[in-house]
Design a protein around this ligand. Structure first.
Ligand SMILES: Cc1cc2nc3c(=O)[nH]c(=O)nc-3n(C[C@H](O)[C@H](O)[C@H](O)COP(=O)(O)O)c2cc1C
Length: 137
């Protein structure tokens, strides 16, 4: 089945604790599974960056719901394109908390979030494309 990848960035309305992030992730995993949606959520202490992968119409509906969530604001779609494969096929929603500085690929991910916040490219690529490339196996 053909899928899309949607990447958006938003601003957390307050500092998220590890428990706050787990609650978001658990809800996302249980909802996304039956929808055939996979992806990954990154948090850097102030901003969220999320990759959602699945059927285009499902993503459109899901994004509308997520966007209304009062835990974040100023959500902005950075990328929404058809994809021939998933970047996060094993995750109904992965979570990377860059706030704890422990993450794998930490430096690259921090650069992606900062570039997305500032609306600038990384070399000639957009932050979203760079993000998807970092995880392309
Ligand atoms: C940054 C962020 C990312 C989220 N990601 C997802 C997601 O991938 N899937 C999902 O179902 N809900 C996600 N949510 C939660 C939704 O906004 C919403 O609270 C939830 O889908 C409601 O689920 P319910 O209809 O089962 O009550 C996210 C929320 C935030 C703040």
């Amino acid at each position: 089945m053909s899928i899309n990848q949607l990447v958006y960035m938003s601003q957390a309305v307050r500092k998220m604790s590890p428990d706050d992030l787990s609650a978001i992730q658990e809800k996302a995993k249980s909802n996304n599974g039956p929808l055939d949606v996979t992806g990954s959520l990154f948090y850097n202490g102030g901003w969220f960056l999320q990759v959602l992968e699945g059927p285009a119409s499902t993503l459109a509906e899901l994004y509308k719901k997520i966007e209304r969530d009062p835990r974040h604001k100023n959500s902005r779609i950075l990328y929404n394109e058809p994809a021939s494969f998933r970047t996060f096929p094993r995750w109904n929603m992965n979570m990377t908390n860059l706030d704890d500085r422990q993450a794998d690929k930490y430096d690259q991910l921090v650069e992606v979030l900062e570039a997305a916040q500032a609306n600038r490219k990384i070399g000639s690529a957009s932050p979203a494309v760079t993000l998807l490339k970092i995880f392309k196996s």
